[in-house]
Design a protein around this ligand. Sequence first.
Ligand SMILES: NC(=O)c1ccc[n+]([C@@H]2O[C@H](COP(=O)([O-])OP(=O)(O)OC[C@H]3O[C@@H](n4cnc5c(N)ncnc54)[C@H](O)[C@@H]3O)[C@@H](O)[C@H]2O)c1
Length: 266
Amino acid sequence: MGRVDGKVAIVTGGASGIGRATAEILAREGASVVVTDIDVRAGEAVVEGIKAAGGKAVFHKQDVVDEALWGDIVGSTVAEFGKLDVLVNNAGIAPGGPITEMTLAAWRNLMEVNVDSVFLGTKYAIPAMAASGGGSIINISSVAGLQGAPGLTAYNATKGAVRLFTKGVAKECAMGQTGIRVNSVHPGIIDTAIWGKMDASMQDSILPPSEGANAPDVEAIAQMVQVPMGHAGKPQEIAAGILFLASDDSSHMTGSELVIDGGMTC
Ligand SMILES: NC(=O)c1ccc[n+]([C@@H]2O[C@H](COP(=O)([O-])OP(=O)(O)OC[C@H]3O[C@@H](n4cnc5c(N)ncnc54)[C@H](O)[C@@H]3O)[C@@H](O)[C@H]2O)c1
């Protein structure tokens, strides 16, 4: 018996990194998984891989900042699978650089993708989850939602917002006796594609150089920031925590911060 047998989950940003690992482990543990992303090709490939391994999954193209699409995604999930039990608000971006050089447009875009998306997903998921007696919303924050990170100050603001939004909604849902739990996850330095998507200027000024490669060496970043465990985390190590929060094993947890960071913030 899988740990999330019979549950229905939506994972945003499921085409890559932590979202992909999450979709894969939830499916392996018995959930039907709706994988969404703006990257159609990679998202469809994740779903094909899940199906080939015997799991249940579908892909929907979704830009998480589009409110109308949230109604469609939640509606089609309930229409196809009968309910919604788990929402993983994972999609995110991490552009960096000195705050004095950041444009207001770039700030607003970051707020939209990392914060508006979590608000919208939560807003549309709650009525669907409440209709079937409860559920689990898991918001991916960061260690950058717990402490400052030079060069990532706007990202700090978004992940701090996700952290406290989670706690407010958790209390609201608990006191409303909805059966819905809401928790945040705080990864440290995790080896995913996100580091290679940072501005070149950020990579040049803050990240260590990587020999001959276009993408930065995430292990070198982990060394530079002195992760106490001595290495970067794998997306599967974050997905394992998300699985716990999605499952009934965490039935008395809401408004909590699950930190998975190799000791960075202890
Ligand atoms: N990798 C890390 O070190 C780390 C650390 C802390 C927190 N996080 C957080 O974990 C989450 C996942 O990051 P990751 O490292 O797996 O990155 P990633 O770049 O590998 O994956 C992010 C996915 O989100 C998708 N995405 C981006 N913008 C989107 C949009 N507007 N709508 C829909 N999908 C969109 C991308 O296409 C991509 O598939 C993010 O919220 C990130 O901030 C990552």
